[in-house]
Design a protein around this ligand. Structure first.
Ligand SMILES: [Zn+2]
Length: 109
């Protein structure tokens, strides 16, 4: 399902984390056409992808999911990062910069 993204021109989707029991998921999107079209921004701009992922994970988890775009390519990030709203621990990590550090270390490895 998520692999379809690239084929329909939405960039490259990677299901970075999936925790069915906790109803938690993270999706990384490279080359979001929305961020490219929008240009530099201080806020995430890929609201359409956020809405679509919300629908997908609401279906998967059978519970209303609100998706947050915690990083956006429009913010000079190399990718967009979307999290289910219930992934609170990861959101907290994101705010403290730990996720960014972790992603940087992953890229090196
Ligand atoms: Zn974005």
């Amino acid at each position: 399902m998520l692999e379809m993204g690239g084929q329909i021109g939405w960039g490259k989707f990677i299901l970075e984390r999936f925790e069915p029991a906790a109803k938690g998921a993270s999706v990384i999107v490279f080359h979001s056409p929305f961020a490219t079209a929008y240009g530099p921004s201080s806020k995430p701009v890929c609201h359409f992808i956020r809405g679509v992922l919300g629908g997908i994970f609401t279906g998967i988890f059978r519970e209303e999911q609100t998706i947050e775009e915690t990083h956006c390519a429009a913010q000079a990030c190399p990718f967009c990062l979307f999290e289910t709203h219930l992934s609170l621990h990861l959101v907290a990590m994101t705010e403290s910069g730990l996720v960014t550090d972790w992603l940087h270390s992953m890229k090196k490895g």
